[in-house]
Design a protein around this ligand. Structure first.
Ligand SMILES: C[S@@+](CC[C@H](N)C(=O)[O-])C[C@H]1O[C@@H](n2cnc3c(N)ncnc32)[C@H](O)[C@@H]1O
Length: 275
């Protein structure tokens, strides 16, 4: 109703700038209210690090995909933007096979994952030998390094990681990461990820949207408006894909829609030519 009456006012009063401004403001506040009501049911949800470690030990890792993610494969040219030997960062990496795929293409990968089982499984599932070292600047953390490929996985809390450890990155693949951290940590997460972006960085961010009244998560809903409020002041944001991905499993959670959105984030300071 608000939208319909707003449009009518706009049609009947096109020369009135004040009216246009008022309509835009009312659309913005409507969208902010929509976003808050969408986020409210999940705002206080918390998954602790030890719950994540238990999930790995108990084999409850339904998020893991045995194949390279199609959104990474389909958008790889946009991510590389003509570059070779790109340094990729994988926040909350799990044992994503995408890391080996990129390393096989000649890129290097740094991942961060809390579960030691997850990290060891990555190397063992892919028949890769690896070394394990402590990290002087990160008490309690370990870094697992592939002997053959350019892959280093830090076993630690992402929120203890920083650009002082591995510098900044030319690309970020964020799948199952922003949507998995606790909703109350999103601002801190965005600030960390922005600090890890080199000026030529291309960051692919996967988010999901569904009715939060019907399912408490995981994954947690991140509306597009929030992607903009978290990253918009530092990055240009392009929605690359928006696909309906309702499956029988998601229907069994009571969901009636499940939208997967893929965004490309580029620092506003970037000098890199557009693809
Ligand atoms: C939803 S899974 C996604 C894994 C991977 N990105 C994928 O797509 O298969 C989230 C992962 O993040 C890890 N994790 C959760 N919170 C973390 C944190 N604060 N620091 C490091 N790892 C974390 C979990 O153990 C889990 O493996």
């Amino acid at each position: 109703n608000n939208v319909a009456s707003g449009s009518l006012c706009f049609v009947t009063c096109t020369t009135c700038h004040l009216c246009t401004v008022l309509i835009l403001l009312s659309f913005c506040s409507l969208s902010r209210r929509n976003m808050s009501s969408m986020l409210a049911p999940q705002a206080d949800q918390v998954v602790t690090l030890s719950e994540w470690e238990d999930r790995w030990l108990e084999g409850r890792i339904e998020f893991h995909r045995p194949q390279v993610h199609e959104m990474l494969e389909n958008n790889i040219d946009k991510v590389l933007n003509g570059r070779t030997g790109v340094r990729f960062f994988f926040p909350l990496c799990g044992k994503a096979v995408d890391m080996k795929w990129l390393a096989d293409l000649g890129h290097s990968v740094v991942g961060v994952e809390i579960s030691q089982k997850g990290v060891r499984d990555f190397f063992e599932d892919n028949n890769m030998t690896y070394s394990v070292e402590t990290v002087a600047s990160l008490p309690g953390a370990k870094v697992f390094k592939s002997s053959e490929k350019n892959i280093s996985l830090y076993q630690c809390d992402l929120f203890n990681f920083s650009s002082s450890i591995e510098g900044q990155f030319g690309a970020i693949w964020d799948r199952g990461s922003l949507v998995a951290i606790n909703p109350r940590d999103r601002e801190k997460y965005a600030a960390l990820l922005i600090s890890l972006m080199a000026t030529d960085c291309r960051y692919i961010l996967n988010t999901v949207v569904y009715n939060t009244e019907l399912h408490k998560g995981l994954p947690f809903v991140v509306p597009d408006e929030q992607v903009h409020s978290l990253f918009g002041s530092h990055c240009s944001i392009e929605l690359l894909h928006s696909v309906e991905a309702l499956t029988d499993r998601l229907r069994s959670w009571g969901l009636d829609y499940f939208t997967e959105n893929v965004h490309l984030l580029i620092p506003k300071t970037s000098n890199a030519s557009e693809y």
